[in-house]
Write a protein that binds this ligand. Sequence first.
Ligand code: RB5
Length: 147
Amino acid sequence: MRVAIASDHGGFDQKGEIASYMERELSCDVVDLGPDTGDSVDYPDYAVKVAHAVASGEADFGVLICGTGIGMALTADKVPGVRASSVTSAPFAELFRQHNNGNVVCLSGRFVSVEDNEAIVKAFLTTDFEGGRHERRVAKIMAVDEE
Ligand code: RB5
């Protein structure tokens, strides 16, 4: 499984640890789309890198980390084909996959510990979409991309 990851300065301190966790514990092929330092950057610039990697099929899933996860989610979700959300607990990560078929998870580097974010990422990457009645609802979300 190929996973694209990026952050801004608010998520930079956790990015390396979470990338290593995904490689080590979840056997992911991780592509780090930056930044390379913790200097101040604009989160939309990094959100679109990961969103485009997922939308193009270059990556199966995306992980974004900023201070809250909110700015990353707002930006990434605007890219057609992407279903992005800020997620702050493992149960929500499971539901994000089961019900919403989420493909980009956005984490808080300032309000959620790295251990809790690893549990979120694990749930996100190991839970399948349930399909069924959720298929129709997700199709309706994606139809908005065509408007
Ligand atoms: C940067 O200070 C902060 O606004 C950003 O990391 C994020 O929390 C935005 O949603």
